[in-house]
Design a protein around this ligand. Structure first.
Ligand code: UGA
Length: 435
């Protein structure tokens, strides 16, 4: 099957590469000439485990190509994915759909024969209707069916999530799209991935509802962690104890410094705005957004409290800056608010992250970036684990003790166990576990 993917960012590139790996003939398109030239040379613009290998393999096999021009690939394709960005619009938190609409206009002029146009970008409810209207307005003769097919990929696990999804959600209005979409995802039958067909608006809502629910789940356990600290409980046992109930489920109950990334913060906000626009407020999601924002700042105060109220002149070493491990993505990472809060209180910051230090420079200033955890910890008054990279799971605490000014570990991801740290003469502060 011939497929065009417009937008070769994170979602477009992962989807295009995986569809090619399934045997489809895919062209990934982007208006960024440098990005496309780099991809043609085999240079992958993002850090995602396993992606480079799949891209190179399928380019070599001739199933995956790159182009800056829409015309030829789209006119030859039976299915065209729109996978361009939908950033938060400055000022009001709504999703900015200008890229999606621009692409729709361009597609309209070049589609040939019956073509299924699929929005993969995360778009507010009703966007599919508008995409269809724009295409018909730009070219009344275009024979298209506009479909919603949201992605549920996690950064760092995107290839696995694409190839072994829990479900594939497809929103159709024109029944002719159904067999085409079934064909696109036929290679996944083997994995028994259910195709959930629904209406276009419902499909658009499912994406936001899923992310909002997960954000709410994380926020719930984060607040439970605070309560555990106050009353002397253990949040990990609470999460385990409730998670075994199949109605609740054990995933996404890991307490931490608050959720970040390019999706949860943006999508929860956009959903809140949509709900307000329709006078049907989602108060639980509104509260989730507010609680999570406050939590990131509260983490700086938690670190300060662990050091002793006054951190002026103290040095704090942070391990992990990205919003989660296995990515170089710094967007809305809790580390940003933590660094800011500690600097405002007068502390100096040193930091190490395996992949995120280049990107981090755009989000924080006056930070000394170190070559490894031990260099970061040198002379520090506290060592803080902000992101649970594997590389931080087996730190040499004897070595750290020798190099730090005072041996204190603030573990914001509960990577360690108190007794295993305290034997090395460290003080240990974690999230929602008994002091
Ligand atoms: C999220 C969703 O998990 C994907 O299904 C979705 O497709 C994607 O957004 C998207 O909309 O594109 P992602 O942002 O890559 O994926 O990362 P997650 O693994 O979901 O983590 C998000 C944040 O929640 C991270 O900051 C992470 O540290 C935090 N988190 C996650 C917790 O604090 N506790 C948990 O138990 C789980």
């Amino acid at each position: 099957m011939r497929i065009a993917v417009v937008g070769s960012g994170y979602v477009g590139l992962v989807s295009g590469a995986c569809l090619a790996d399934f045997g489809h003939e895919v062209v990934c398109i982007d208006s960024d000439v440098r990005k496309i030239e780099a991809l043609k040379e085999g240079v992958i613009p993002i850090y995602e485990p396993g992606l480079e290998e799949i891209v190179l393999k399928n380019v070599k096999a001739g199933r995956l190509q790159f182009s800056t021009s829409l015309e030829e690939p789209v006119s030859e394709a039976e299915a065209v994915f729109i996978a361009v960005g939908t950033p938060s619009r400055r000022g009001d938190g709504h999703a900015d759909l200008s890229y999606v609409y621009d692409v729709s206009r361009q597609l309209a002029r070049v589609v040939r024969g019956f073509t299924v146009v699929i929005t993969k970008s995360t778009v507010p409810v009703g966007t599919g209707d508008e995409v269809e209207r724009i295409i018909r307005e730009a070219n009344p003769n275009a024979d298209v069916a506009v479909v919603s097919n949201p992605e549920f990929l996690r950064e760092g696990a995107a290839i696995e999530d694409f190839k072994r999804p829990d479900r594939i959600v497809i929103g159709v209005e024109d029944e002719r799209a159904r067999p085409v979409m079934t064909e696109v995802y036929r290679p996944l039958y083997l994995n028994k991935a259910p195709l959930v067909f629904t209406t276009r608006r419902t499909s658009e809502l499912i994406k936001y509802a899923a992310n909002a629910f997960l954000a709410m789940k994380i926020t719930f356990i984060n607040e439970m962690a605070d309560l555990c600290e106050a009353v002397g409980g253990n949040v990990q046992d609470v999460a385990h104890g409730i998670g075994l109930d199949g109605r609740i489920g054990g995933k996404f109950l890991h307490a931490g410094p608050g959720y970040g990334g390019s999706c949860f913060p943006k999508d929860t906000l956009a959903l809140v705005k949509t709900a307000q626009d329709y006078a049907s407020p989602l108060r639980l999601v509104e509260t989730t957004v507010a609680v999570n924002d406050q939590r990131k700042r509260a983490m700086a105060r938690k670190v300060a409290r662990a050091i002793g109220a006054d951190v002026r002149g103290k040095t704090v070493a942070l391990l992990g800056l990205t919003f989660k491990p296995n990515t170089d993505d710094m967007r809305d990472a809790p580390s940003i608010a933590i660094v800011q809060g500690l600097q405002d209180a007068g502390a100096s910051i040193r930091a190490f992250d395996p992949e995120g230090m280049t990107a981090a420079r755009d989000y924080m200033s006056d930070v000394t970036f170190a070559a490894d955890p031990y260099a970061a910890a040198e002379g520090a008054d506290a060592l803080v684990i902000v992101t649970e990279w594997d590389a931080f799971r087996a730190l040499d605490f004897r070595r750290l003790r020798g190099t730090m000014k005072s041996p204190l570990l603030v573990d914001l991801r509960n990577v360690y166990r108190r007794d295993l740290i305290e034997v090395h003469g460290f003080r240990y502060v974690s999230i929602g576990r008994p002091a």
